[in-house]
Design a protein around this ligand. Structure first.
Ligand SMILES: Nc1ncnc2c1ncn2[C@@H]1O[C@H](COP(=O)(O)OP(=O)(O)O)[C@@H](O)[C@H]1O
Ligand SMILES: [Mg+2]
Length: 122
């Protein structure tokens, strides 16, 4: 069954780490905007381009679902209305959507973001 997974959590919550593990375990295609923004523009959000890239990634995810595959949107923040819209979009191509919340406490978050900045700044 085609599934759309929405990963939700603050920076450093471990979203991309979890999304990679899920993709490896299930064969779902992982779509992580940060991996496109920085190589394309050298910056995570120049001139609102992130919205455009995220829109294109949702479009790509829909094509994957329509073909019977599964996709993971590793975007970070979703409003309730956005989640409802994406659930509707998934259903419209015969897929199901679910949300994976990754809570993180402030101290852990700060440590992880600092470590990532030290070890893999790119
Ligand atoms: N469960 C975990 N335990 C310990 N460190 C983790 C865990 N998940 C992620 N990390 C580390 O924390 C940092 C941030 O993780 P990342 O997956 O990039 O978070 P996000 O995508 O939510 O910003 C990385 O250095 C990662 O290796
Ligand atoms: Mg990430």
């Amino acid at each position: 069954m085609a599934e759309l997974t929405l990963i939700v959590g603050h920076p450093g919550a471990g979203k991309t780490t979890r999304a990679k593990a899920l993709a490896a375990a299930t064969g779902a295609v992982r779509l992580t905007p940060d991996e496109w923004m920085v190589p394309l523009f050298g910056h995570p959000d120049p001139d609102g381009k992130r919205d455009v890239v995220e829109g294109r990634l949702i479009w790509t995810a829909t094509a994957i679902l329509r073909a019977g595959g599964s996709a993971i949107l590793d975007f970070g923040f979703w409003g309730r209305d956005e989640r409802a819209a994406l659930a509707w979009l998934a259903a419209s191509v015969g897929a199901t959507a679910h949300t994976l919340h990754l809570p993180v406490d402030r101290v852990t978050q700060t440590e992880r973001v600092a470590r990532r900045q030290r070890e893999t700044p790119s």
